[in-house]
Each structure stands twice: as structure tokens, then as C-alpha cells.
Design a protein around this ligand. Structure first.
Ligand code: SF4
Length: 142
């Protein structure tokens, strides 16, 4: 993930790697500031869980557990400990698969938590998604 202040990044492998992200398969999704990044990350965590072929235990269990923890946080049931658990899990499973799917699932969550941690903490503090029932993304972060 990258933020609005990185929009002038050059789209090549080296430039994006230097900026702490990656080109992946060169697909790009742009979201506005009314988007809940926890919900968006959950969406992709579910994608990785569903796409795991299950051959490698760290991927099978890791993608499933990441999706469970993301669901818990997005629904307002999460705790600070869950954030630590997610980062720990990402560290355990990253780079352990036969293919890069589980690494992608981990990097996604790590990047989201690094750039949008305040949104995760808002979900935990308010015990709900702060983007629900608010006009066009007007959210006050503490
Ligand atoms: S890392 Fe790749 S090969 Fe291994 S279980 Fe995940 S999707 Fe399958």
C-alpha cells in the first residue's frame, strides 16, 4: 500500500521497492479517503484465504487466521493484543510458502497496519467501524 503523498512514485520494481512497497503483478486499486482501510484490508485478507490452495500449512493456517483476526477487528470485537498477534503471525508465515501468496497476505496486513494503524485503533476504541453511519468519511481520529 502507498498513501496519497507517494502518488508521484515511478512505477517500476526498483522505485517501488525503495519506497517500501512493490509492483506485484502491476495491478493497481485506488481508494479515496472515505474508504475504511480496515474493511478494505479485510476484503483482501479474505481473498488470500480463499485463494490459498492449502498445500503449505503456514499458508493454509496463516491466511485463515489473518482473516479471522481482521474480521474481529473490523466488526469492533478486536483488541490491541489482536494487532500484536497479527503482526507476529505475519512475521511467522511470510516467505514460508511454495509460492508468494502467503507472503502477499502478510505484506498486505503489515503495510496496512503501518500506514493506517490509527484506523485499526479507532475500530478497537469505538468497538465498531467508525466509517459506518458517518457522512462521506467524516471520521475524527484520536
Ligand atoms: S503458499 Fe502457495 S502453494 Fe503454498 S498453500 Fe499457499 S497458495 Fe498454495
Amino acid at each position: 500500500m502507498v498513501t496519497a503523498d507517494q502518488l508521484d512514485l515511478t512505477m517500476d520494481f526498483d522505485s517501488l521497492k525503495k519506497a517500501g512497497t512493490g509492483l506485484g503483478s502491476a495491478g493497481m486499486i485506488v481508494v479515496d479517503d472515505a474508504t475504511c482501510m480496515v474493511a478494505k484490508t479485510l476484503h483482501f485478507s479474505n481473498f488470500f484465504k480463499n485463494e490459498s490452495c492449502g498445500q503449505c500449512p503456514p499458508c493454509r493456517m496463516g491466511t485463515n487466521n489473518l482473516a479471522i483476526l481482521m474480521t474481529k477487528i473490523e466488526s469492533g470485537q478486536g483488541t490491541q493484543k489482536d494487532l500484536d498477534s497479527m503482526l507476529q503471525l505475519c512475521g511467522f508465515v511470510k516467505g514460508t510458502g511454495y509460492c508468494t501468496l502467503v507472503t502477499g497476505a502478510s505484506v498486505l496486513v503489515q503495510s496496512s497496519l503501518k500506514l493506517f494503524r490509527h484506523e485499526y485503533e479507532d475500530h478497537i476504541r469505538l468497538q465498531r467501524c467508525p466509517y459506518q453511519d458517518t457522512p462521506a468519511g467524516i471520521v475524527t481520529h484520536s
